[in-house]
Design a protein around this ligand. Structure first.
Ligand code: TXA
Ligand code: MG
Length: 315
């Protein structure tokens, strides 16, 4: 941890666990290090990063005063935790972090290693998910090492406990809008502040907003979301991921994995990316089939990821 914090201060790239997925961290105020984050991920520069903080006072160097009261209401209710808040930025926040937008995304993670890294480095840490752009998100240190070859250090905190990325909301005069579904549900947010429309398509500056990129989170093999239940048979060399272990099929020469023991949505989210990585890594598996989930609670986030992950493969 001491070395990782020193590396952040020195402008190096450190991957670290959060409760959602692993992030690829860099000092948010060091523009040349932030540039290396985009390089390491092969991420287009129009996709802005989330800045991670460990204390509410750090908002003052990121958000432009006066900070909307709803920002504090949301922070009070959900931080530390898997909620990212987008709000007007201070001019000192590097344009590279925000892709030139007038807003910046900020989150206070709850993972103790993430909080310790931010505190010990003394920096606000810009961190996208630690995967190659468009590829499967990392929920274990091994997933990071598999995908990113040019980073300086990985803090290994084992498997993450939520498994899908944070919910992203924007707070502006236009109201509070959900830009990306995640573990904090729309229902939970609505209990704290009023939420307007389900989704924004294009942000005010005309740049792609979250949700605009249709193919994302994809394995390096064809992925199909099953439409009509578990099929009676599958071709040899397939992999199938089911929601409930009790429904696990036994097809010959087909790899089967279950996301939960008894169909619990939170448990499914935890195992989603790890199961997809396991299928991606298995040379015997040529194509992957997965069951859809009910779009309630965290199920919305799961289906959002699955639709994007399977975007290029429809049957
Ligand atoms: O759970 C998470 O959020 C993880 C962990 C590491 O914290 N991070 C993560 O980062 O998922 P990333 O870069 O994969 O996704 C960040 C999302 C992107 O969809 C990006 O477009 C959106 O947040 N975003 C960032 N800044 C924004 C802004 N100023 N306005 C609108 N959307 C923004
Ligand atoms: Mg990502």
């Amino acid at each position: 941890m001491a070395l990782a914090a020193q590396y952040i201060r020195e402008g190096k790239l450190v991957a670290f666990p959060t409760e959602t997925v692993y992030g690829l961290g860099a000092d948010a105020f060091n523009a040349s290090t932030v540039a290396r984050v985009f390089e390491a991920k092969e991420r287009p520069s129009f996709d802005p990063l989330i800045v991670h903080i460990a204390g509410i006072h750090q908002l003052d160097e990121l958000f432009l005063a006066p900070i909307d009261a709803r920002v504090y209401q949301l922070a009070e209710a959900f931080w530390p935790g898997p909620l990212t808040i987008v709000h007007n930025k201070q001019s000192q926040v590097p344009d590279l972090v925000t892709s030139g937008l007038s807003t910046v995304a900020v989150r206070m993670p709850s993972h103790p290693m993430a909080l310790q890294l931010i505190r010990e480095s003394g920096k606000a840490i810009a961190a996208p998910s630690a995967n190659r752009f468009g590829c499967l998100s990392p929920t274990r240190a091994e997933h990071v090492i598999k995908q990113l070859k040019t980073i300086d250090y990985v803090l290994d905190g084992g498997a993450t406990t939520i498994g899908v990325e944070s919910t992203v909301v924007s707070v502006s005069e236009a109201g509070v809008k959900i830009l990306r579904h995640g573990a904090i549900t729309r229902e939970a947010i609505s209990n704290v502040v009023d939420v307007v429309d389900e989704k924004v398509k294009v942000n005010t500056e005309g740049l792609p907003a979250p949700g605009m990129i249709k193919s994302h989170y994809s394995p390096l093999k064809p992925l199909y979301v099953l439409k009509e239940g578990i099929p009676a048979t599958l071709p040899a060399g397939s992999g199938i991921i089911v929601n409930d272990a009790r429904d696990m099929p036994r097809f010959p020469e087909v790899k089967s994995l279950a996301l939960s023991q008894k169909g619990d949505l939170n448990e499914m989210a935890v195992h989603l990316f790890a199961a997809l990585h396991a299928m991606e890594d298995d040379d015997q598996v040529r194509e992957i089939y997965i069951q859809p989930v009910e779009e309630i609670g965290i199920g919305r986030a799961i289906m959002d990821r699955l639709r994007k992950a399977s975007y290029n493969y429809q049957k």
